[in-house]
Design a binder for this molecule. Sequence first.
Ligand code: ADP
Ligand code: MG
Length: 526
Amino acid sequence: MNDNQFSILGLKETIVNAIEDLGFTKPSQIQAESIPVTLGGFDLIGQAQTGTGKTAAYGCPIINNITKSEGIKALILAPTRELAVQVNEELKRLSKYEKTVVLPVYGGESIDRQIKALKRNNVDIVVGTPGRVLDLTKRKILQLEKVEFLVLDEADEMLNMGFIEDIETIISHTPEERQTLLFSATMPQAIAKLAKNYMKSDAKHVAIKKNSLTVSKIEQNYFMINNKHRLEALCRLLDLDSPTSAIIFCRTKRGVDELVEELQSKGYIVEGMHGDMTQVHRLTTLNKFKSGSLNLLIATDVAARGIDVEGITHVINYDLPQDVESYVHRIGRTGRADKSGTAYSLVTPKDFSMLKQIQKVTKSTITQKPVPTAEEIHGKKFNGMLSEIKETIDKGDFSKFMPSAIELNENYDPISVIAALIKVKFENESTFEYSSNNLDAPAKKEDVRLFFSVGKRDGLTPKVLINYIKDTTRINGSTIGQIDLMENFSFVTVEESVSAKILNNCPGGNINKKRVNVEIANKRKR
Ligand code: ADP
Ligand code: MG
């Protein structure tokens, strides 16, 4: 049996293997709670934030239970073309060993191509936007009478976009005994009504509280550096934290080889892992890492995909990955099974937009930290050494060394002896010659646009808003830029350096009795 944690949810091995290939090792909360329910045949109402893995939450059980015969067996409705494309891609990957045929249909693309694809009669799952699905249904090209699964993905969004009637008409073309799965970030009245009218009365509810993103237990930090300081910054982090179990990611195989060599030449015990190494070599390395005899592993994204190691304390992005998905995969290696973890990213000013993109998509905060200074590292090591000495004194099992101590005491002043011993021990531990300068590179000043859930209708004025922000965060007013007040909400542009503070401190209060919520403004067009 596969030891991937998805296998206990009751999914077929083929699907668990596909999940494994995607690099998922642990189900997210919504997946863990909803997959067994859906596999059991129940209707499901799932509520969870973006980025919590809802696609696989419904995709896996559908692919698992779908009947393989002619006709569309599952229809997934999503609000936008982009989302339909994304869902289509994820379902394709999840069903790769099942050979399920998935077809995306959406407006803005030639309907003829979609008609041709449907007429091949081999499609099992259709993912589409309500408008195009309805169009194809009315033309009798898309036949829904064999549908076993209907998914309303991002239902609240679809209702906001005015798709309710289209959706109701589409539903009326599907069989009543279908299984209906509805996912929504929020549960307004209209959604409850939709659920009541079109779902079975024994439908199960799964609600995941906010902030249970797959990455939420992980403390995420970044260090702004210039490229030439990358290696030293990494060494300083390793020296400060002395991680018990860290994966360091490089973008390329060559990058892995080079970093392994550089670190080894500086006396660090590290090994690399990438696709050009033999399977035996990779397994040996992985086993050392798993057993704890190797603390630092350097790997490419691909090589790390299958790695399932308990208790990884640090994920370090020596290079930032090229896409957000890889970032989530990488840092998902730590903070597993309710343990907390640390993720560090070395970021150059050039990488900054990628970093912002990652924060936006994962809706998480990655906090900038200064690269540890030589004094900081020495101070920490020194304190560690002192407590080690004190502990040894408390334990008292050093009788073997007493004769030497007595001898030294006869010939020298004891204070000098102690100081000399400390010097020898400490110099042994500090192998790295730090360049004494501060390694932090100034970030390009970038502004962040924030969404506030309070608007003119709530009596908001720029002054009220600025005062509220200043009161809750104590930031300098000069970091606040343009303010756009709308009826129901507003946008505030602020300096990047204060955005995390605002996002952390401003939500939850009230302005003129209206509850304040703040998010990074979404530039994505829907
Ligand atoms: P949602 O629909 O809730 O917004 P998605 O289904 O789009 O979330 O998933 C967000 C990202 O997380 C995707 O890149 C997906 O591949 C990834 N993902 C999903 N489940 C897991 C998991 N169990 N472990 C790691 N990554 C996951
Ligand atoms: Mg989704």
